[in-house]
Design a binder for this molecule. Sequence first.
Ligand SMILES: [Zn+2]
Length: 132
Amino acid sequence: MNCYCCSEREFEDCCQPFIGGIAKPATAEELMRSRFTAYATVQVEYILRTTHPSTRKFHDAESIKIWARSSNWENLEIISKTEGEANDKSGTVEFKAFYTDADGKPQIHHEKSNFRKELGKWFFVDGKVLSN
Ligand SMILES: [Zn+2]
């Protein structure tokens, strides 16, 4: 089965090991992709665990769960990125997540996210929602 993050790789060779805690994303993009997959598969705990401790308090498990569950996550498009490679300490990823909302209406979530690496682990810090 192709991975939910639209990498065209097998799920078990892509985001599954990250969500299962067997492997760590090496880049900000890999973390971003695995968080999209976590939305698609409603893995709320993973979304919170990969949010930086300094901003985690702004995210609430119940609202994540409702949004993840009521939406049908269809496609992910990486628009651009800066740094965020294996040897970097921070990076940004701009992406568009295509989904259908609870009313069956197609939606695009366009965001530029900030990522930071601490003790060898990438975290999502915060993001800015952009207009489509
Ligand atoms: Zn993936």
